[in-house]
Design a protein around this ligand. Sequence first.
Ligand SMILES: NC(=O)C1=CN([C@@H]2O[C@H](COP(=O)(O)OP(=O)(O)OC[C@H]3O[C@@H](n4cnc5c(N)ncnc54)[C@H](O)[C@@H]3O)[C@@H](O)[C@H]2O)C=CC1
Ligand SMILES: O=C(CO)COP(=O)(O)O
Length: 328
Amino acid sequence: MSGPETIGVVGGGAWGTALAQVAASAGHAVTLWAREAEVVAGINDAHENAVFLPGVALSPAIRATQEWSDLADARAILVVTPAQHMRGALANLSAHQAPLILCSKGIEAGTLLPLHEVARQAVPGAPIAVLSGPTFAHEVAAGLPTAVTLAAEDAALAAELAALIAQPTFRPYASTDVIGAEIGGAVKNVLAIACGVVDGAGLGQNARAALIARGFAEMTRFGLARGARAETLAGLSGLGDLVLTCSSTSSRNFSLGRGIGQGTPAASLLENRLTVAEGAHTAPVLREAAAQAGVDMPITQAVCRLLEGAPVAATIDALLSRPLRSEA
Ligand SMILES: NC(=O)C1=CN([C@@H]2O[C@H](COP(=O)(O)OP(=O)(O)OC[C@H]3O[C@@H](n4cnc5c(N)ncnc54)[C@H](O)[C@@H]3O)[C@@H](O)[C@H]2O)C=CC1
Ligand SMILES: O=C(CO)COP(=O)(O)O
């Protein structure tokens, strides 16, 4: 199972490109579907994705395409579109039966569905897995040590897919908690925006640590209400990714929050973005999903208000002046 196979990748952003590099390093031929013609040309002609992952020399085993039919013989397909575009992309693969490994982080707007349920509806014949964890694309592409959760309901499939893409510096840990792996990755992006705001507004490192801890409590309440396991939320795809994303300007979500905290209106930071800050899309969806599940998520609500243009100081004051409560 870990011998050479053709691996498909859908999405030629930074993360899809870095994962293509991982699969190529594992000895596989890789077919990467990208939306932008210049990304396809750059990968095939210069072995570089100068648009989304500049400066990384890509393996010649990665072939980019804009033809969906080129994914027909893939042994497994890594799906790495922005979350809100996953259903549209998967409509082009509706008859596929090869396993889909979902690597995006978010919750679908409108339906409030986690992405594995979106994929199940869009590609009914394909087994579904989720790959999530603390993974800045540029570090993975540089071959720096990284560990992820790889979850599928079928434990044997999770183990098989983990073996298919594993590298000494890219260690997937198999799990059967699909919803748990997804919720950590979706929620931490919203909390990373909040941590960026704290940093940008100069509120100090005590405040950031408090936000990470209370944010994790928020993630756990929501996750448990949606059927996640506590140990998954405390693992790589939950707490691990939360800590990474809440502590570095390498995070697009943290940087977005930092800009808001420094006083730049969210709307202007989000206008004409080339790269995706998923937390900005997830926040209002998460607020709605939490309300539906009867879960209190005050940090998520505050991030939503900031994204809607509320003043930073007043939003922080409102968060800090809530009635005192017990920690548990
Ligand atoms: N970059 C990273 O370090 C990591 C990203 N992810 C997740 O991977 C997913 C993809 O993110 P990145 O690869 O970083 O993207 P990116 O920010 O590098 O690139 C933007 C991507 O969005 C696509 N896109 C833009 N408009 C679109 C449209 N209208 N329809 C379909 N696609 C469109 C572009 O083709 C491109 O692939 C996100 O859910 C992100 O949270 C997960 C782990 C790490
Ligand atoms: O998901 C990520 C790291 O695990 C990437 O974080 P950002 O999308 O905030 O850059």
